[in-house]
Design a protein around this ligand. Structure first.
Ligand SMILES: *Cc1c(COP(=O)(O)O)cnc(C)c1O
Length: 232
């Protein structure tokens, strides 16, 4: 049975899809002027704390990209959903403990939260044991907030190169979660600059409240929970 808010979820989904597939003129022109290719934007539907019945509304719409922040919750929710729907792409966007890498690698297609050497070492060991790793993004703590995960901005470049050269990991993207109480644009710009300096293709940035700004700063993956499913 479809949940009560199925209609709201579908409407919100269609609205956001329309927005991100047709960026405002000014943005497009600015991009052309800068001779940058307009990157396609991937909407990552953040389904943490969202019941499977509501997730199924988006799956029925044909949506296949989802983000979860807890390994255990994701395993329980997504094992049956993955059996019902082919070609799901699941991203881990929450902190990963080194002792959970095997479980995470078995479920997730992308881990967006690689942020410390210990975790890089655990992933490299798993790969060396013959397990295919998910695609990896480095999470950067652009606000240098003590309580937040992510490698500190001033250590991020060295960490990316350490992942590549010491652990042989391929880093395909960068992710950030700016502080709540400051304008996000400078954080998004710093992440974009870091990606360019290290030749990294993907930028996962922007949430319900700021995805428009993130796209203007070069995001190609936006992570949206509340604006799709309502408040948690
Ligand atoms: C919860 C969460 C989101 C989604 O946030 P909303 O404001 O609900 O869109 C995005 N990214 C991360 C890392 C999250 O934990």
């Amino acid at each position: 049975m479809m949940p009560d808010n199925a209609h709201d979820i579908k409407t919100a989904y269609q609205k956001i899809c329309a927005e991100i597939s047709a960026p405002p003129e000014a943005t497009l022109e600015a991009k052309l002027e800068a001779k940058l290719e307009a990157k396609p934007i991937t909407l990552l539907a953040v389904s943490k704390q969202v019941a499977a019945a509501q997730v199924r509304v988006l799956l029925e719409c044909g949506h296949r990209h989802f983000g979860e922040n807890r390994v255990q919750e994701a395993v329980q929710k997504w094992t049956p959903l993955k059996a019902d729907y082919p070609a799901i792409e699941l991203h881990l966007i929450g902190a990963l403990q080194s002792n959970k890498v095997k479980e995470a690698a078995a479920l997730f297609d992308v881990i967006e939260t690689l942020d410390r050497p210990r975790l890089a070492a655990a992933l490299a060991r798993l790969r060396d044991s013959g397990v295919a790793l998910p695609r990896l993004f480095v999470q950067v703590n652009t606000g240098n907030e003590a309580q937040k995960a992510g490698v500190a901005l001033n250590e991020a470049g060295a960490f990316i190169e350490q992942c590549r050269h010491d652990y042989g990991l391929t880093i395909e993207g960068l992710m950030c979660l700016p502080p709540y109480d400051t304008p996000p644009a400078p954080h998004f710009m710093q992440l974009a600059t870091l990606a360019q300096a290290h030749n990294i293709a993907h930028l996962s940035m922007g949430m319900s409240g700021d995805y428009g700004i993130a796209i203007a700063c070069g995001a190609d993956i936006i992570r949206i929970g509340t604006a799709l499913f309502g408040s948690r």
